[in-house]
Design a protein around this ligand. Structure first.
Ligand code: F0G
Length: 482
């Protein structure tokens, strides 16, 4: 808590920035939202942004840029080769991570593609605390397998453990021994573990993972896409980090890990991405893939203006006042909901607030997609666009049966520096209303179910008429309010 309020009851997270450019939002009447939702097949990916009030789908590429970032875009150097913009990016990466060797890529998954191509072979395994969708897809595409080694505390929805993204170190060592080091493509540490609720990994655990990799001669890779939030949690939850500057933590990790990659759509409030390493030979071994898949070595498929905003944004990722914004707003939202009894993933993580829908609608079977139901309902009753992270986001087994998600989550992402606290309060208010009216919720069934990535493109419809019932109850409770 950087700024302490005089009256404790007034204490809230305080924005350490002001708004100088704004974008108009629309909140449609609920009857129109019902129409838009049904036209979008109850899939929040298929809604149009113009029909949305609070876009909480993701924190990727939708963080607010600073005045310095947008100003930097004006000095971009368009040169195909040897661009000054790239030199400025390299300088920023040197400052933040202490690393000289940089391969630019157009976003995080492009780095994952190259790392898979370079390290994964048919029959090899990639060990990680937890998979991310795109990471896993790239590993399996080239014939590898992903093994998840998150400590089992990470899968308990509610606990007070500060680092639920930690690796199970004993399991890591055992798995390396069981397979033999030559079968391990790499060990990947995902900071701010996305799919289990943005839960952080401790510095101690990250360093221990790197040490184990070193001992067995296995390549260690840090996915730093969500490292900003993770560093905030290290500083606020881990005793050894309390008095470290964020920069010291970035540098320490860079020294420990063989390779770091990141999506600058998250880290650095921009667009783009990079693969970096102190080891020039490792970087050299991936160099050829950049012109092949991305673009020349000094732009890597990133627009030069974005390279400039990325460089500036990386400097800002050293500033605790910026780092704190997302996690503090998320913690505020989680506390509001938790105090009211709404089931949420605890402790609050980074990236967004996560609702535990298995508890929100406990009697609804996985086959009717409880998390999809709550996501659709939040758009209907609040113009809020969350992301389903449950059974809908899974892929069916080869025999066509459903693979039920371990956790039925709805993610309310909090893009950094975008929303004000009153908007977050509005979201909490509407979620509380939905919680009190959860007995009205019914299931969803498929209208069109694509064979791959069904959560992106699939269309569903309500079972029964629970959506019309919600509209009626909303009108009864809120009168003619939007
Ligand atoms: N790694 C992590 C931890 C991520 O969260 C993401 C993206 C990526 C890699 C891939 O990066 O999108 O730039 O290609 N997460 C986004 C999300 C898509 O909504 O959670 P990308």
């Amino acid at each position: 808590m950087a700024v302490k309020f005089y009256c404790p009851e007034n204490q809230v997270p305080l924005e350490m920035h002001k708004v100088r450019v704004i974008q108009k939002l629309t909140l449609l009447p609920i009857e129109e939202r019902l129409r838009k939702l049904q036209e979008a097949g109850n899939n929040t990916f298929l809604l149009q942004n113009k029909d949305i009030f609070m876009d909480m789908l993701t924190d990727s590429g939708v963080n607010a840029m600073s005045d310095k970032q947008t100003a930097a875009m004006h000095i971009a150097d368009d040169a195909y080769a040897g661009s000054e913009s790239f030199n400025r990016l390299k300088k920023a990466i040197k400052e933040v991570f202490g690393i000289e060797n940089v391969l630019p890529v157009h976003q995080g998954r492009a780095a994952e593609n190259i790392l898979a191509e370079r390290f994964v072979k048919p029959g090899s395994v990639a060990l990680m605390n937890f998979h991310f969708t795109t990471t896993k897809a790239h590993v399996t595409r080239v014939g590898g397998e992903v093994i998840e080694l998150v400590d089992k505390k990470g899968l308990i929805p509610v606990s007070d453990d500060p680092f639920k993204g930690d690796f199970d170190l004993a399991q890591l060592e055992k798995t390396i021994k069981d397979y033999g080091a030559d079968k391990i493509a790499y060990v990947r540490v995902e900071a701010g573990t996305n799919l289990i609720g943005g839960q952080p990994v401790s510095l101690e655990n990250m360093c221990a993972v790197a040490d184990i990799c070193h001992k067995y001669g296995v390549t260690s890779i840090l996915d730093a896409s969500l490292l900003q939030d993770n560093i905030y949690f290290m500083k606020t939850r881990e005793a050894q980090c309390k008095y470290m500057q964020p920069k010291e933590i970035y540098h320490l990790l860079a020294d420990k890990m063989d390779i770091i990659y990141f999506s600058a759509r998250k880290l650095g409030f921009a667009r783009g991405g990079a693969i970096i390493s102190h080891n020039a030979d490792l970087i050299k071994s991936m160099m050829e893939f950049i012109p092949l898949y991305e673009g020349f070595l000094t732009y890597g498929g990133i627009d030069v203006r974005s390279i400039e905003s990325m460089a500036e944004g990386l400097y800002e990722s050293l500033d605790m006042e910026y780092l704190a914004h997302g996690p503090e707003f998320i913690a505020y939202l989680i506390k509001e909901l938790d105090d009211y009894g709404v089931p949420v993933i605890k402790p609050a993580g980074g990236l967004g607030a996560h609702l535990n829908c298995s508890a929100f609608v406990p009697n609804m079977p996985h086959s009717q997609y409880p998390a999809g139901v709550v996501a659709a309902a939040l758009y209907l009753i609040g113009g809020i666009r969350p992301m389903e992270r449950g059974t809908l986001s899974e892929q069916r087994e080869p025999d066509g049966t459903e693979r039920y998600a371990e956790l039925e989550l709805v993610r309310l992402a909090v893009p950094r520096r975008v929303f004000t606290l009153s908007q977050i309060k509005y979201v909490a208010d509407r979620v509380k209303w939905l919680w009190d009216n959860r007995q009205l919720l019914g299931g969803l069934e498929w209208v069109e179910e694509p064979a791959v990535l069904r959560f992106f493109f699939g269309r569903l419809k309500e079972i029964g008429h629970w959506q019309e019932d919600l509209v009626e109850k909303f009108r009864a409770d809120f009168g003619d309010s939007l």
